[in-house]
Design a protein around this ligand. Structure first.
Ligand SMILES: [Zn+2]
Length: 454
């Protein structure tokens, strides 16, 4: 067995690990790089392996940093199947189409404004590429096992985090490697805790929050405080949110706050066609999360869904307090930019950051206290109150990661720590050695490991 890390090293983006086992070449996840420009440029470089040589892809979940480069694979000759859960396949359809749309729009914009060094500017991939890619998807049950041939089997188990998210255990001749995927938390509002307890000879674990503990303070209470404060001064609450997972958690949190009469009955707007589509998928797969069909309906009834761009712009003419949830989650693009450019300069408004903000993004700049942000080619002053609510994260914190590892039942020969910024990954490495006494290391970009003799 051999592992090569082609992404999610020293970053939380671009997840791609090549597993060579039993004569098969498998790719676990195929995500886009996001954040710093040097990372994003990797998306445009030729893939560091020949997609045509891959036998299959195993996809842990639908987030773009895990799935967003799949259309590049199929465009460059990949003929195999992409195995993932049914919910992840549904979510990928929405997320990948949206990514392709944004890419096409950006290329058109650059060509129109001659803002390109490459004539003409091309999208990274197109909607048509996504349609081709989606035909390679094969659906797996939430606890499903896939026989990949050559005696290689992959087992999917629920990882919490977001709908459909899985850990993947790959086994061949009694030897196995377990990929945690992105792990959710024990006390997530929407998702059940991640399943653990599978023995494996090697483990690859994420480390997004490897150096942090989630605050004990109830995140819903903190959200309620901001909403109440802002509404009292007549302001608007802007919440940049990932369309999948975070958006559904936030809407549910706002619903609970309203139920408890902890916030005024102000309008809650979901200004995100993708978030609306994802919410529909959460409703359909409600057996796989904590909300009942009835609760899904009530959250739905509470929310004003804005699909149309003109209706989105019209929100800025309204003069009463409201909550606007819009993408993207790290303020790298999407409708939230317009709202932030409009509402950001005024101190009566609030911006609530509710998810992980990768270095190099506007979200990270806001979290670090930036007083202006570059949007649409100019610097916009930010005087709105900025609040970060860490406790709403869909990721396990350091204690959660150690708990998940500890429950595996036996020490693996080696733990590989990926999907974390350097400080987070290395802190988790030390913690694993200290707490569990296990061998752990943080792989480098493009580093290969030969595992045992299998
Ligand atoms: Zn994720």
């Amino acid at each position: 067995m051999e592992l090569t890390f082609y992404g999610a090293t020293a970053t939380v983006t671009g997840s791609k690990t090549l597993v060579e086992v039993g004569g098969l070449k498998l790719l676990v996840d195929c995500g886009l790089f996001q954040g710093f420009k040097t990372l994003r440029e990797r998306n445009w470089a030729p893939l560091p392996f020949d997609p045509a040589s891959l036998d299959a892809v195993l996809l842990t979940h639908a987030h773009i940093d895990h799935s967003g480069a799949l259309p590049l694979l199929t465009r460059h000759g990949f003929k195999g199947k992409v195995w993932t859960t049914s919910a992840s396949a549904d979510l990928c359809e929405v997320l990948l189409q949206d990514t392709a749309h944004l890419q096409e729009e950006e290329a058109r914009y650059r060509n129109r404004h001659k803002a390109t060094r490459h004539e003409p500017a091309e999208p990274l991939y197109t909607v048509r590429d996504v349609q081709t890619c989606l035909r390679h998807f094969q659906r797996v049950a939430p606890d499903g096992v896939v026989d990949l041939g050559q005696g290689v089997r992959a087992r999917f188990t629920p990882a919490g985090h977001i709908l459909g998210a899985s850990s993947i255990h790959i086994e061949h001749q009694g030897r196995s490697v377990l990929f945690s995927g992105d792990l959710g938390r024990e006390d997530d509002l929407v998702m059940p805790p991640p399943v653990t307890g599978q023995k494996a000879d090697w483990v690859v674990i994420e480390s997004t929050y490897g150096d942090r503990l989630h605050p004990a303070l109830d995140p819903i209470e903190k959200l309620g405080d901001v909403v109440r404060r802002t509404a009292a001064r007549g302001g608007v609450i802007i919440i940049p949110a990932f369309a999948v997972g975070r958006t559904q958690g936030l809407l549910y949190a706002l619903y609970r706050l309203k139920q408890a009469r902890a916030i005024p009955d102000l309008p809650v707007v979901l200004d995100s066609p993708m978030g609306i589509a994802a919410s529909g998928i959460y409703d359909r797969h409600h057996q796989e999360h904590r909300l009942t069909a009835e609760e899904c309906k009530q959250v739905h009834d509470m929310t004003r869904f804005v699909r149309d761009i003109e209706e989105s712009k019209a929100l800025m003419r309204q003069r009463y307090p409201m909550v606007i949830v819009a993408g993207s989650g790290m303020v790298t693009g999407g409708r939230v930019l317009h709202h932030l450019a409009y509402y950001g300069p005024h101190a009566r408004n609030s911006v609530v950051l509710s998810g992980f903000q990768a270095g190099g993004t506007r979200g990270a700049a806001l979290a670090a206290g930036a007083t202006s942000l570059k949007m649409f080619g100019e610097y916009v002053p930010i005087r709105a109150e900025v609040t970060q609510i860490d406790g709403l994260s869909a990721h396990a914190d350091q204690a959660g990661l150690i708990h998940w590892l500890g429950a595996l039942g036996q020490a693996p020969q080696q733990v590989f720590i990926n999907h974390g910024e350097p400080q987070a990954a290395d802190t988790l490495r030390l913690r694993i050695q200290e707490k569990l006494g296990w061998k752990a290391r943080v792989p480098d970009y493009r580093e290969t490991f030969k595992l045992g003799s299998a």
